[in-house]
Design a protein around this ligand. Structure first.
Ligand SMILES: NC(=O)c1ccc[n+]([C@@H]2O[C@H](COP(=O)([O-])OP(=O)(O)OC[C@H]3O[C@@H](n4cnc5c(N)ncnc54)[C@H](O)[C@@H]3O)[C@@H](O)[C@H]2O)c1
Length: 318
């Protein structure tokens, strides 16, 4: 089938990753449908909305989801809809947990009556829990250290137990940057969002969760993947599924780690201003260092992840 006839459903498509992915696949001439209840996002940008089919409803609502899929079928479903971000999740754990589980269960129950429909699920590195310093492979034991990670692991289990094949679970690490020329108001407070906000407000003070960790500079280390690479990964994942009737779980990171202090310094360099940094330990559960082993991702999806310098990663935020 010609590419421009392929139909992709993006759940949670009004969110940060969703709008970037929608824009990416629109440029590649796919037909895009978005389902989002706008619970953690603002209405979708009008330049994008004009080019897609948009449905506003809650995927956790069983009857509504059933009705939606009664007369629709898709070549690919990218399932992003979820409550995420540990802080946001912890505000109402039960509500957040239910949201993620029910949305996934309903989607799996009603969205795959056409056996050829493929699925890409947005899971998270949070499923691994506290980890040691070596790079994590996908077969590592999952022991989530927070309820958000637990909800993602439960969703993975729902998918693994319900669908035979035709899906890829992508465990995203920290997704950063943008490929669209407008700002998406995010509720999630990722490290770079927080620093960006502080710069806008001219509040040059930041606290880092500890300075005496067993890492290169004593501060926590993270693996950041640029959204441009993430979009390409989804495209290649779909192409892979078209050729192979498989079920796979893949790490979705860059394989490079930068410390929180590295990130702060990169911003300082770009804005030519200094932050007053404190090192109070506010979260003893935080993982000190986490980085993806991406050999499987690169080999299976035939993809090269750009080795971006930290300075380039922060540029989209300025
Ligand atoms: N941003 C990251 O760094 C990151 C890292 C790991 C995993 N993830 C996962 O990727 C996905 C997308 O993340 P994001 O950063 O774009 O988050 P986001 O909050 O910007 O987007 C999520 C979208 O899902 C929608 N949604 C939530 N529950 C819904 C429901 N029940 N029915 C319909 N729509 C619903 C929200 O309104 C929102 O637009 C999430 O599943 C998240 O857990 C993101």
């Amino acid at each position: 089938m010609a590419k421009f006839n392929r139909k992709i459903l993006i759940t949670g498509g009004a969110g940060y990753i969703g709008q970037n992915l929608t824009n990416y696949f629109l440029e590649k001439k796919y037909k895009i449908c978005v389902v989002d209840n706008l619970s953690t996002s603002k209405p979708i940008n009008k330049n994008i909305k004009n080019k897609i089919n948009f449905f506003k409803f809650d995927l956790a609502n069983k009857d509504r989801t059933k009705i939606f899929f009664r007369d629709k079928s898709f070549d690919l479903i990218i399932h992003l809809a979820a409550f995420s971000g540990v802080e946001q999740f912890n505000k109402d754990i039960l509500k957040s947990f239910n949201n993620n589980i029910l949305a996934t269960r309903n989607l799996v129950n009603f969205g795959f009556r056409n056996k050829n429909t493929k699925l890409i699920f947005a899971s998270s590195a949070a499923v691994y829990g506290k980890v040691s310093s070596e790079k994590i492979t996908e077969n590592r034991n999952c022991q989530p250290a927070n309820y958000y990670g637990l909800s993602k692991l439960a969703c993975e289990n729902i998918i693994n137990n319900s669908l035979k094949n035709n899906y890829i679970i992508l465990r995203y690490f920290n997704v950063v940057g943008s490929i669209i020329n407008f700002k998406i108001n995010k509720k999630i407070n990722s490290l770079m969002d927080i620093i960006e906000k502080k710069i806008k407000q001219k509040r040059y003070k930041i606290n880092i969760n500890g300075s005496k960790l067993d890492t290169n500079d004593g501060t926590p280390e993270r693996d950041f993947i640029h959204i441009k690479d993430l979009c390409k990964i989804h495209e290649n994942a779909y192409k892979y599924l078209e050729k192979n009737k498989k079920k796979i779980t893949l790490n979705c990171g860059s394989g490079i780690k930068y410390s929180v202090l590295n990130v702060v310094k990169a911003f300082e360099k770009n804005i030519k201003n200094k932050f007053k940094v404190s090192y109070r330990v506010t979260n003893t559960d935080e993982t000190k260092t986490i980085c993806a082993n991406i050999n499987l991702l690169k080999n299976l999806l035939k993809i090269n992840i750009e080795k971006k310098k930290i300075n380039d990663l922060v540029k989209d935020y300025l």
